[in-house]
Design a protein around this ligand. Structure first.
Ligand code: FAD
Length: 409
């Protein structure tokens, strides 16, 4: 059997590892548009900060170890499900018995001019390498970042740590507006400003100005701001252009069922490229985080081999690792609020019908695993609600939950 995986990010490489666990003989071809071994984008920040190549998280020789036919620097341009074939940028056609789409996403901004050369997509290692090299060669004094979502904030911290002046535009009244409540966002903002990052809230980027290259940013009132480099980070756009016109169902990302199968026979999708079901709300959307990509890569591979594995649903969760203090956000921000601030740490829980619907933490995230288990298992917290924010709240609770019956699931 010939299985083709498009993409060598966390979803693609996990799919390949899983396939090998079950089938040592399968002919597995893995394609990546990037000229690198498989890498994990989140670890690029640490790599550029420290020089440690932790982004090659599986080792640079992982594709050899797995016996893959790995072809890097090759872009898939079209998909023909009726012929079980894809077209590559070389013009060649590659046929498959099973196809796993793991093409991930690009950072973008939905404003005019954002596709001009000179606007960096920091999701791609090629683009990020070029940008950081320009910084190191002192060609970049001032970077502008459109958007202060969690990836934009991480990029701002990195560039500031490399000595760059950073201006970050955010149209909302707080940083990470989709993930953080106002109080936690203020803690993040204080840290960012403490590092000298110029965060401009309530500032909408209107258009990138430039003829052949990005030269300036227009904001409200026709004001233009200059920069040496511009990074688009208002959100992620799935890399699914190659599937347009193929007949497979796609919205913002590729549509999949609960087995991560697309609407075309023998084609599966995983990671940032796919629209998957939220494990709590049941909504389908692109859940662009690393743990989801890994879990989905595994399930897509299993089902492509004919196993019958239902995907348990995607997590909605983000964390900031390089801010100086740990920050974590998970789930929704609605319902009853419990909050505590002590010893420089802040915790806020959102409860709906006495079940944890979401939580936000800054300074101390040690209880995050317990809150997450309670949230994902939809456990009623009525009998120990008063203890949820106490300093010692932790794993003992999970153990007692496993043993004792009074908690209703
Ligand atoms: C700076 C940064 C920090 C992040 N921090 C975190 C974090 O702390 N925690 C977290 O959970 N998530 C984080 N993320 C998000 C995380 O990186 C993604 O969710 C994850 O990489 C998705 O994995 P993926 O395999 O679906 O796609 P990707 O990692 O995007 O990989 C896609 C692959 O597909 C290839 N490809 C794309 N199009 C084509 C094509 N047409 N033909 C051939 N190959 C193609 C690409 O070359 C690449 O190999 C961060 C992202 C960035 C950029």
């Amino acid at each position: 059997m010939k299985i083709v995986i498009i993409g060598a990010g966390p979803a693609g490489i996990t799919a390949a590892e899983t396939l090998r666990q079950y089938d040592r003989q399968a002919d597995i071809v893995m394609l990546s548009s990037e000229p690198f071994p498989p890498y994990a984008p989140p670890a690029m920040i640490e790599y550029f900060m420290t020089g440690r190549e932790s982004h090659f998280w599986k080792g640079k020789d992982i594709t050899d170890l797995l016996g893959l036919d790995y072809r890097s620097g090759i872009r898939v341009e079209a998909l023909h499900p009726d012929q079980h074939a894809i077209r590559l940028d070389s013009g060649k056609t590659l046929v498959y018995d099973r196809l796993i789409i793991a093409t991930g996403s690009s950072l973008h901004a939905s404003i005019p001019g954002a596709d001009l050369p000179g606007v960096y997509n920091f999701k791609s290692l090629s683009a990020a390498e070029e940008l950081v090299q320009r910084v190191r060669q002192k060609e970049v004094e001032h970077a502008m970042i459109i958007g202060a979502g969690f990836i934009g904030v991480e990029i701002a911290i990195l560039l500031r740590s490399l000595g760059v002046e950073v201006t970050q535009l955010e149209m909302a009244d707080r940083v990470m507006p989709l993930m953080l409540d106002a109080e936690t966002a203020q803690i993040v903002l204080d840290q960012m400003e403490g590092r000298g990052i110029d965060v401009r809230l309530n500032t909408e980027a209107k258009a990138v100005v430039g003829d052949k290259r990005a030269e300036a940013m227009e904001i409200e009132g026709g004001v233009t701001l200059s920069f040496d480099v511009l990074i688009a980070a208002t959100g992620v756009r799935p890399n699914t252009q190659f599937a347009e016109g193929s007949g497979i169902e796609a919205g913002w990302g590729i549509g999949v069922d609960d087995h991560l199968q697309t609407t075309a026979p023998d084609i599966y999708a995983a990671g940032d490229a796919a629209e998957t079901e939220d494990r709590i709300t049941g909504e389908h959307y692109v859940h662009a985080i690393f743990p989801n990509a890994v879990a989905q890569g595994r399930v897509a591979a299993q089902n492509s081999l004919g196993l019958d594995i239902a995907y348990e649903g995607a997590d909605s969760m983000n964390s900031l690792k390089h801010l100086g203090i740990p920050v974590m956000a998970a789930g929704r921000m609605e319902g009853e609020v419990l909050r505590v601030r002590s010893n420089g740490a802040f915790r806020k829980l959102f409860l709906v019908n006495d079940r944890i619907a979401g939580f936000r933490m800054a300074g101390d995230t040690s209880a995050a695993g317990v809150y997450r288990t309670l949230m994902n298992k939809k456990i009623k917290v009525t009998s120990f609600k008063h203890k949820l924010l106490s300093p010692g709240f932790g794993m003992g609770v999970i153990q007692s939950l496993a043993l004792s019956p009074p908690f209703s699931l």
